[in-house]
Ligand binder design. Structure first.
Ligand SMILES: [Zn+2]
Length: 56
């Protein structure tokens, strides 16, 4: 399992629609994979989506 580059906690894999990413529950780090729409897939929007993902 990969470790968070910030806090060395184990990263968890999340699926969000078509996107799949590794994210850290400890510090909120998200490793967004390279994909076609990555130019518009910014950290802020990921956090926003991540928040919605958990509230559902
Ligand atoms: Zn972390």
């Amino acid at each position: 399992m990969d470790e968070c580059p910030r806090c060395q906690s184990p990263l968890e894999r999340f699926s969000l629609g078509d996107a799949e990413t590794l994210a850290c529950n400890g510090c909120g780090f998200a490793d967004v994979p390279v994909e076609h729409e990555s130019k518009e897939f910014r950290y802020e929007s990921w956090q926003d989506a991540f928040h919605r993902f958990y509230e559902q």
